[in-house]
Design a protein around this ligand. Structure first.
Ligand SMILES: [Zn+2]
Length: 476
């Protein structure tokens, strides 16, 4: 089955066909480092991390660039507010962003260019646009002449009039048209600035992405350009105009946009007191629970963060952990004969994994993919009850593969102390060698040293209930 992606540009879900398979050149608009990252950023970073991982899993050679905007009006305003330099504000927030990525377990992009490192490329890009008649300078600023670019509005599907309503019309503007946007801004005293053919200044936000994506992906046509829904207009519309006006080629084959996050139905804002930073969210809810919460909605849909939804995510995680505990804790009775396993036992495991892949192939439908994982767990539990060891261990193996694919850390083995894991290994070896006296002695040792609550026996199968797990369950 082919992988299908909903493309904002064509407003259709269509087969994903990169320009030069298996290479996929993917760019996402990164953060503007004027503040700490919040829960909305975490969703954006994580969802695109999942898409990137899945493309790799599907055999694509993904080249991924995620920029950092470290020169911008918001940074300059913050610096003035805090009586710092723009560089100080940017570097503090980059450090915090790095910590967030690390804590969330989001893979680093292949390249993470900072806007301030690529200013000469942006100047060159603007010069090219001016030569082609798409840009005009006025008093040290340079604007893009929107009326010259006939496809303007295609991505956001708006008419010029609709777009005019959306932009703020400045009274004393020197622009030819209210929709024209700044490619280069003359700097005021005290602002970060670079020398250019139009005098001291700095790049506009939109040109940064056009220039950095093409430069670092070494192409004029990206395969995937991704970002938040709020960036469609004007940011991405402007990126297309600037890039295509210069190169005459399509800027990106696919445009992917994630929906926005609200908190209890409200937009997140410091003024509303519902602003949750990534660090706060992690310490309060845990990384896996946040990720399961994000996966529970399709990436393109809006997502509302509520206490109830995070409880559902916790429940989902516990469901996985319990299954893994059962597998790890499972041991046959001494002398119990091996239960024969049929092709169907394995086949149903594979079918659940195939359902997962089919869901992900359908525009990365993560809620459906999660449902397939629950089917896998349910079937695995049936296999455990039947004592079909080979088959349920296989189920666990496939499940772990999917956890890895989604960047989830759900692993019980990780939560077990190393000495206990060693005893489990020794006991498994003893059982394999039919040394049941030793296996029994090891079980006694595990029980006494690690205060195992009980050894439950359900239809002849032994489960180990760990005291620490019981405690966790009560704590939750
Ligand atoms: Zn961008």
């Amino acid at each position: 089955m082919p992988l299908k992606i909903y493309n904002t540009l064509t407003k259709q879900k269509a087969e994903f066909l990169p320009q030069n398979p298996p290479v996929v050149k993917m760019y996402t608009c990164g953060v503007t480092v004027y503040d700490q990252c919040h829960l909305g950023h975490a969703r954006s970073l994580y969802i695109f991390d999942v898409i990137r991982r899945y493309l790799k899993y599907r055999g694509y050679d993904v080249q991924f660039v995620r920029n950092i905007t470290d020169v911008d009006d918001k940074i300059i305003n913050k610096a003035q507010e805090q009586k710092k330099t723009s560089q100080q504000v940017a570097s503090e927030n980059i450090a915090s962003y790095d910590r967030d990525l690390e804590a969330l377990g989001i893979a680093r992009a292949d390249q993470e260019p900072k806007a301030t490192d690529d200013i000469p490329d942006m100047i060159q890009h603007i010069q090219g646009l001016a030569q082609k008649g798409f840009a005009y300078p006025i008093d040290g600023d340079v604007y893009f002449d929107v009326r010259k670019f006939k496809d303007y509005g295609r991505l956001s599907g708006q008419s010029i009039d609709q777009m005019l309503e959306a932009v703020r019309i400045e009274k004393d503007s020197k622009k030819k048209d209210p929709l024209d946007f700044a490619l280069w801004k003359k700097s005021k005293p005290g602002e970060p600035s670079w020398a250019s053919p139009w005098g001291e200044g700095r790049p506009g936000w939109h040109i940064e992405c056009s220039s950095m994506s093409m430069k670092h992906l070494k192409t004029q046509t990206l395969d995937i350009h991704a970002g938040g829904r709020d960036l469609v207009f004007p940011h991405h519309e402007n990126e297309i105009a600037q890039s295509e006006a210069l190169t005459g080629k399509p800027f990106s084959r696919y445009w992917i946009h994630h929906g926005l996050l609200t908190i209890n139905g409200q937009k997140m804002a410091k003024s509303l007191g519902n602003f949750i930073t990534v660090q706060e969210a992690i310490s309060q809810y845990g990384v896996d629970n946040l990720k399961l919460f994000f996966l529970s909605s399709h990436y393109a849909s809006p997502i509302d963060f509520t206490e109830e939804k995070i409880l559902e995510a916790q429940k989902a995680r516990r469901h996985f952990v319990e299954f893994m505990d059962k597998v790890h804790g499972w041991s046959a009775y001494p002398g119990q004969p091996m239960v024969p396993v049929s092709d169907d036992d394995f086949g149903k495991v594979d079918a659940a994994v195939a359902a997962f892949t089919a869901a992900m192939d359908d525009d990365f439908n993560t809620p459906q993919a999660l449902a397939a994982m629950f089917h896998l767990v349910d079937w695995g539990s049936v296999l455990i009850s039947a004592g079909k060891e080979e088959a349920f261990r296989y189920a666990l193996l496939r499940l772990s593969e999917l956890f890895g694919l989604l960047g989830l850390e759900v692993k019980t083995a990780q939560e077990l102390p190393e000495e206990l894991r060693e005893l489990v290994r020794q006991r498994e070896a003893a059982k394999k060698n039919k040394d049941f006296t030793r296996a029994d002695a090891l079980r006694q040792e595990m029980r006494s040293r690690f205060h195992l609550a009980a050894v439950d026996t359900v239809s002849g199968i032994t489960f180990i209930e760990l005291e620490w797990k019981k405690r966790m369950r009560h704590a939750n």
